[in-house]
Design a protein around this ligand. Structure first.
Ligand code: TYM
Length: 331
């Protein structure tokens, strides 16, 4: 079975619809076909300033949501990044083969550091290198992510190839797995930007755990476009196109079917129906998340087993990487 690894940050009280449709939905599907490793990346979550108690809680809530969304610990390895020390260890080694300029070209770093120049940390700068370590430790063949991670995946591939060339074959060179249709869910209020935990306004983002009446309201007040016809046109009708994308993804229907169904009808009809679909989608997820959170001991046990399985793989890769780079093995 091919290997897959992906990660998600516990930086908000809830995942949003973009996280689910762009990434986690594919994680769930890939547990059936791949040897799958998924992690809640808490090391990445401290790069922008954070509250310790909130981080601990959000890490648990993240794991609970992933289980509620369909990850099955019998079918995949679900773990918390900081439970596997090899991530930080390989991150250091990879940082020593990454060019300063190369890291400085990462657009997410440039965007985030430009917005908060005074508080930008070295950790934010080396963030993509740690991400590369996450992936390479598991010899992942594929990495299911949204479009915004494409450049980080390119860096990961470059680092893997460089290491292999300089020190001998060590890492699998991974490919991004980006499903085009849902790779960039956009902000409901600003439909040319992506839906984002950090950048979207509260009304632009559907949080899976928020009150579903609130989600319905947000869908109904989503920015649509001039004109009245329901058409899929990302250039000229990004708002309506985004709603169609979400609708199609949540109902497993094609955009063409939806266009036929809504021919001659208005934006109001589309939004009203989509609001209902979103509410029906999030309700059971909220219930299941709550159930997992009611039994934190069980949840922590699942994560402990996941960490043990993850470490078994990560430690072998790290030992090989250490060996190849010339570290003396401890006697
Ligand atoms: P994060 O936590 O920001 O997002 C988790 C996943 O959700 C995807 N995503 C979206 N997809 C479609 N439309 C959107 N609006 C949208 N917003 C977010 C992201 O692309 C991502 O797949 N750096 C990563 C976390 C990470 C990681 C890794 C990923 C750390 N190590 C190793 C893969 C492999 C991040 O910040 O994702």
């Amino acid at each position: 079975r091919p290997r897959v690894l992906s990660g998600i940050q516990p930086t908000a009280d809830s995942f949003h619809l973009g996280n689910y449709l762009g990434a986690v939905r594919n994680w769930v599907a890939m547990q059936e076909t791949h040897d799958a490793y998924y992690c809640v990346v808490d090391l990445h979550a401290i790069t922008m300033g954070h509250d310790p108690a909130a981080l601990r809680q959000r890490t648990r809530v993240s794991a609970a949501q992933l289980l509620a969304l369909g990850l099955d610990p019998e079918r995949c390895t679900l773990f918390v990044q900081s439970h596997v020390p090899e991530h930080a260890q390989l991150g250091w080694v990879l940082s020593c083969i990454t060019g300063f300029g190369e890291a400085g070209r990462m657009v997410q770093f440039k965007d985030k550091s430009a917005k908060a120049a005074d508080t930008t940390t070295v950790g934010l700068f080396t963030y993509p290198i740690l991400q590369a370590a996450d992936i390479l430790l598991y010899q992942a063949d594929q990495v299911p992510v949204g479009e915004d991670q494409r450049q980080h995946l390119e860096l990961t591939r470059d680092l893997a190839q460089r290491y292999n060339t300089r020190f001998g074959r060590t890492f699998t060179v991974p490919s991004p797995y980006i499903v085009k249709d849902t790779a960039k869910i956009t902000d409901l209020q600003d439909p040319t930007s992506k839906m984002s935990k950090s950048a979207s306004s509260p009304n632009g983002i559907i949080e899976l755990l928020e009150d579903s009446a609130r989600s319905a309201k947000k869908i109904k007040s989503a920015v649509t476009d001039t004109g009245r016809e329901i058409l899929y046109d990302e250039e000229n009708k990004p708002g309506v196109s985004n709603l169609l994308t979400i609708y199609a993804a949540l109902t497993m229907r094609t955009i063409d079917e939806l266009l036929e169904q809504y021919e001659g009808r208005g934006y109001g009809d589309l939004k009203k129906d989509l609001a209902e679909i979103v509410v029906d989608f999030v309700k059971p997820i909220q219930e299941r998340t709550r159930a997992y959170l009611e039994d934190p001991e069980h949840l922590d046990k699942v994560l402990a087993i996941g960490a043990e399985k993850a470490r078994a793989v990560a430690s072998v890769t790290l030992a090989q990487a250490y060996q190849n780079i010339g570290f003396l093995s401890p006697a």
